[in-house]
Ligand binder design. Structure first.
Ligand SMILES: Cc1cc2nc3c(=O)[nH]c(=O)nc-3n(C[C@H](O)[C@H](O)[C@H](O)COP(=O)(O)OP(=O)(O)OC[C@H]3O[C@@H](n4cnc5c(N)ncnc54)[C@H](O)[C@@H]3O)c2cc1C
Length: 493
C-alpha cells in the first residue's frame, strides 16, 4: 500500500498508456520559461482519461501547512509563478485544520525567519498579541491565522487550489513533470518546473519514487496520533483560580488570558491534575488511555475557548495505515467525548463547557519521512550541528511521545537544518519541506514544531524561485551560494 492507491495503475504502465500528447515536449523540456507559457485549455491523457491541465507554473507546492504556505509566499515573492494545492479549505495545516496550538518555542536564540516575524506582526494587526510576556510560544488564533495566510498568498500573487488532493505524479528522466490532482470537478493535471512536497506525509515524494521511511526503527511504531479539539463556554478565571492558586500548579508561567493546564502521566512530571484524572479512572468515568495525557490552552481572541491537546490515541493505531488511521478517528472521537464529559462534570470552570470544534485533520506527529542527501540524526541535536547550507536553527527538545523526551540543550544552544535534508538524488526538481524532511524518527521529534516547519518552507520557496530563475536543478542548488540578501537564514558555519 506504499504507492498511490487512489489510481489503480502503476507509473510504468501509466507512462505507456498516458501518451502525454502534445505536451510531452513541454514536460521534459529543461527550458524553464517554456512550461510557464503553456496555454490553459491543454489536456493530457491519464489512466485512459483525458484530463485538463489546470495550471502550468514555475513552482507548484503540494500541501498548505506551515511549510507549504511559507514556501508558496516566498516562491512568489521571489518572482516565481506559484501555485499552492491544499486538500482542505484553509491554510495552516495542523495548526488550523488539526487544531494544533500554539506554535512552540524553538528555544533557539534569534530563530524567527522573516516569514514568521511577518505572521506575528499581522496577528498583532488583528488584535491578537502572540507573545505572553513570559514564554516564547506563539499564541495565535486559528481562524485569524487562516485569514492571514490567505492574505499573504493573494497579496504576493500565489494561486491557491483548495479542496484539491494530489493523488499522483508523472515522472520521467528523474523529474516530475506534472502532478495529478483530484479537484472538486474531477481529476486535473498541474505542470510545473519545480515541485515542493509540503504534504507532511511525504506524499508527493513517495508517489514519485523517492526513498522514505516511517516510524521508529526500533519499534516500527509511528508517534501516537491525537484527535485535537476545542471546548467553549469555559470560565477561565475560575479554572485559573482552581489550578494555579488552589492546587498551586506552577507549570504555566504566563497569566490569563494566556493560560495552560496540563498533565501527562507517562512523563512522571507530577502535574497536579494527574490525581484529578486518576480519580476518573478509579470511578470508571474515563479510561487509563484517556487519563494519560490532557492539555488545554486558552485561545487569544476566543474568550472562554480552549484548545485541547488530547486525546492521545493509543500507539497501536497507525498514522501510516489507512484502515488503522480510520479506526483511530472513531476511537479518538469517543475518547474526546469521554474526556470532555469528565471535565464538564468535575473540573471547576468547565461546568458550562461544550465541544465547540473538532479537528478536521487527525494529528499525525510523524508519519513518513524522505531519505534525502543529508539525513539528520540525534547526534546532530546533541552536537549542535552547524551547516554552511543551513536554512534555519532550532532547539526544541526531542519530543517523541511514548519513546523519548530529551534534555533541553544548554541555554543559547541550537542545531541547524541543512538544505540537503530537503532534496534527494532521485528527483531533480523536487524540494521537500516541513515535518517529512530527511531526518531520523528521533531527530524529527525535535524539528517537527510549527516555527521550524515555517522556516524550512520559507527557504524551500526561496530556493525554488532561485533555481527557476537561474535554470538550476533544485537538487543541485547549493543554498550557501544563494546571495545572502535573498536567503531567509544565513549560517555562520
Ligand atoms: C497532536 C499534535 C500536537 C502538536 N503540538 C504542537 C504544538 O503545540 N506546537 C507546535 O509548534 N507544533 C506542534 N505539533 C507539530 C506541528 O503541528 C506539525 O509538525 C507541523 O504542523 C508540520 O507542518 P507541515 O507543514 O510539515 O505539515 P502539516 O501541518 O501536516 O500540513 C500539511 C498540509 O498538507 C495538506 N496535504 C497533505 N496531503 C495532501 C495532498 N495529497 N494533497 C493536497 N494537500 C495535502 C494537509 O491538508 C495540510 O494542510 C503538533 C503536532 C501534533 C500532531
Amino acid at each position: 500500500m506504499e504507492k498511490s492507491f487512489a489510481i489503480p495503475i502503476s507509473r510504468r504502465d501509466f507512462m505507456k498508456l498516458a501518451g502525454v500528447t502534445a505536451l510531452s515536449t513541454v514536460l521534459i523540456d529543461n527550458n524553464h520559461t517554456e512550461a510557464a507559457k503553456t496555454p490553459s485549455g491543454d489536456s493530457i491523457k491519464y489512466a485512459d482519461k483525458k484530463i485538463p491541465v489546470l495550471f502550468s507554473v514555475d513552482v507548484c507546492i503540494c500541501g498548505g501547512g506551515p511549510a507549504g504556505t511559507a514556501a508558496a509566499v516566498n516562491a512568489a515573492k521571489n518572482g516565481a509563478n506559484t501555485l499552492l494545492i491544499e486538500r482542505g479549505i484553509a491554510l495552516g495545516g495542523l495548526g488550523v485544520l488539526g487544531c494544533v496550538y500554539p506554535f512552540m518555542d524553538t528555544h533557539a536564540p534569534d530563530s524567527d525567519t522573516p516569514y514568521l516575524k511577518e505572521v506575528k506582526n499581522r496577528l498583532r494587526g488583528y488584535g491578537i498579541e502572540p507573545f505572553d510576556g513570559v514564554t516564547q510560544q506563539t499564541w495565535h488564533n486559528p481562524e485569524t491565522l487562516a485569514l492571514i495566510h490567505d492574505e499573504m498568498c493573494t497579496e504576493n500573487g500565489v494561486k491557491i487550489l483548495y479542496q484539491a488532493v494530489v493523488v499522483d505524479s508523472i515522472t520521467s528522466g528523474g523529474k516530475i513533470s506534472a502532478v495529478i490532482v483530484q479537484t472538486i470537478s474531477g481529476l486535473a493535471a498541474v505542470i510545473a518546473k519545480i515541485f515542493i512536497d509540503a504534504t507532511g506525509d511525504a506524499y508527493l515524494s513517495r508517489v514519485s519514487g523517492v526513498d522514505y521511511e516511517r516510524g521508529y526503527e526500533k519499534t516500527g511504531n509511528n508517534q501516537p496520533l491525537s484527535f485535537r479539539f476545542e471546548m467553549g463556554g469555559i470560565d477561565t478565571e475560575k479554572l485559573y483560580n482552581y489550578v494555579a492558586i488552589e492546587l498551586k500548579e506552577d507549570w504555566c508561567k504566563s497569566k490569563l488570558p494566556y493560560f495552560e493546564i496540563a498533565e501527562a502521566m507517562h512523563r512522571k512530571q507530577r502535574y497536579k491534575l494527574e490525581e484529578f484524572m486518576a480519580r476518573g479512572v478509579e470511578t470508571g468515568e474515563i479510561t487509563q488511555d484517556e487519563a494519560e495525557y490532557m492539555q488545554a490552552y486558552t485561545i487569544i481572541g476566543k474568550n472562554g475557548v480552549m484548545s485541547m491537546n488530547c486525546p492521545e490515541i493509543p500507539i497501536k493505531f497507525s498514522a501510516t495505515d489507512p484502515i488503522s488511521y480510520s479506526n483511530a478517528v472513531i476511537f479518538g472521537r469517543k475518547m474526546m467525548r469521554n474526556i470532555a464529559r469528565y471535565l464538564i462534570n468535575h473540573l471547576p470552570g468547565f461546568e458550562n463547557a461544550f465541544i465547540s470544534r473538532e479537528a478536521v485533520m487527525l494529528g499525525a506527529r510523524e508519519s513518513w519521512r524522505i531519505k534525502g542527501k543529508y539525513y539528520l540524526v540525534e547526534d546532530d541535536y546533541h552536537n549542535q550541528s552547524r551547516f554552511k547550507d543551513a536554512v534555519c536553527r532550532t532547539a526544541w527538545f526531542i519530543d517523541a511521545h511514548g519513546e523519548k523526551i530529551s534534555e533541553k540543550l544548554p541555554a543559547g544552544g541550537f542545531y541547524e537544518i541543512p538544505y540537503r535534508s530537503m532534496i534527494t538524488d532521485k528527483i531533480s526538481n523536487l524540494i521537500v519541506a516541513g515535518r517529512c524532511i530527511s531526518a531520523s524518527f528521533i531527530l524529527q521529534a525535535s524539528m517537527r514544531i510549527q516555527p521550524t516547519c515555517y522556516s524550512i518552507g520559507e527557504a524551500a520557496g526561496i530556493a525554488a524561485a532561485f533555481a527557476v530563475e537561474n535554470k538550476i536543478d533544485a537538487n543541485k542548488l547549493d543554498w550557501a551560494t544563494v546571495p545572502a540578501y535573498k536567503r531567509s537564514y544565513v549560517s555562520k558555519a
